[in-house]
Design a protein around this ligand. Structure first.
Ligand SMILES: Cc1ncc(COP(=O)(O)O)c(C=O)c1O
Length: 397
């Protein structure tokens, strides 16, 4: 019999190599209980959380929790069905109207996760006759959506408008539709995309542009509409995709657009059609978190202050960080054993960050991905940077 797991041999070797040198499995960290937005119980210790996507701290919003509890009591805990069959409640439509109005767009489709929002939007928009131009550092959900679509995929250099334009120009006589996809803030590095430049290029080359604002929704722009709002180029973005699982602290995804053609996407987007819809209590919590986000613009101001503080603190500690000041701060290390040791030492000293390893990282170098929240106090940020500094001295990073 052929060993069905034989194909995992290389992965197993890498995994076993990693778990042999690491005192704990970095892929199985358990947050036993969040004690607040910024502190969780890990291995029985109070640990500072600097490795979440909870940018506004809203996973702990009491308004959202109350809304979820009340809705679960009155409407139950699930829909048991797909949006196009038996899974659309009034709440789904309310959320879609609310998001369309928040973004000033005609249409919104809500998906059960952000991952599915990318899968479902990309695979419904393009097919084998079309071309996708993807930023090389795109999230897995974008690559998976591309695969599901069957479209030809062309990667352009990360955040590089010149490279994008060069590749688009070569497609001048291609008869299919061209869809460019970029993110707002990149999740691993905190890099911000030049969406305004991409808008200029897509207009001149007759292409469409989709932006995944997963990490920038609620975070950037005067109203929290993301990088496109911040750069003043929203009108040029055809499709904005995002998630509720980061700044809103719940789960689910969306696509907003002014293109009327999306009405039929509800009938041909498989990740939208063939999965159960969001449970009512999650929608209620998401609507309440949106209320919080809109009512408290000061959260975004605090988040930027905190991002600048963490970035400056880590730089001053002599660590190698990215150039963009954003709520995601990536510390690049030299090699995997050093990164694994560093990450373990941080956790043992009460600071939780994300260990990101090649091949999932840009340039194939290991990263410690740190993220801040509006909810962090200056003392918490300073404490984390002090721990980083002490550990770095030990490892001479
Ligand atoms: C850029 C990007 N898009 C989409 C997703 C998927 O979102 P979700 O985790 O809410 O499914 C993520 C999640 O990490 C992401 O970073």
């Amino acid at each position: 019999m052929i060993d069905i797991f034989a194909k995992h041999a290389a992965l197993r070797t890498a995994y076993e190599g990693l778990t042999a040198v690491s005192p704990r499995n970095p892929f199985e960290v358990v947050i036993e209980r969040p004690l607040s937005a910024t502190v969780g119980l890990i291995e029985g210790r109070e640990t500072l959380l600097f490795g979440t996507n909870n940018y506004l701290g809203l996973s702990q919003s009491s308004r959202a929790a109350e809304a979820a509890i009340e809705t679960a009591r009155t409407m139950g805990v699930g829909t048991t069905g797909s949006r196009i069959a038996n899974g659309t409640f009034g709440l789904h439509q309310r959320l879609e109207k609310r998001l369309a109005s928040f973004f000033g767009r005609k249409h919104c489709m809500v998906f059960s996760t952000g991952y599915q929002a990318n899968l479902g939007t990309i695979s419904a928009l393009v097919n084998k006759d079309d071309v996708l131009l993807l930023d090389a550092d795109s999230h897995a959900s974008i690559y998976d959506g591309a695969k599901l679509s069957g479209a030809q995929v062309i990667r352009f250099r990360h955040n590089d408008p010149v490279d994008l334009e060069k590749r688009l120009a070569r497609l001048k006589d291609h008869p299919g539709a061209k869809l460019i996809i970029a993110e707002g803030i990149y999740s691993m590095t905190g890099n911000v995309a030049p969406l305004d430049k991409f808008v200029d290029i897509k207009t001149r080359h007759g292409a469409y542009l989709m932006a995944d604002e997963a990490h920038s929704f609620g975070v950037l722009g005067e109203h929290g509409r993301g990088v496109a709002e911040m750069q003043g180029c929203e009108d040029g973005i055809d499709f904005i995709v995002g998630t509720f699982s980061k700044s809103l602290g719940t789960v689910g995804g969306y696509c907003v657009t002014d293109h009327d053609g999306v009405d039929l996407m509800r009938l041909c987007s498989r990740p939208y059609m063939f999965t159960a819809s969001l449970p009512p209590e999650i929608i209620a919590a998401t609507l309440a978190a949106l209320d919080d986000m809109e009512a408290r613009p000061e959260l975004r101001v605090k988040l930027q202050e905190n991002a600048a503080r963490l970035h400056a603190g880590l730089k001053a500690a002599g660590l190698q960080t990215g150039e963009h000041v954003s709520p995601v701060v990536a510390v690049t290390l030299e090699n995997i054993p050093q990164a694994v040791g560093f990450w373990n030492a941080l956790l043992e000293n009460g600071v939780y960050v994300n260990l990101s390893l090649p091949p999932a990282t840009p340039d194939n170098r290991p990263l410690l991905r740190c993220s801040v929240m509006a909810a962090h106090s200056a003392e918490e940020i300073d404490k984390a940077t002090a721990v980083f500094k002490a550990v770095a001295e030990h490892f001479q990073a």
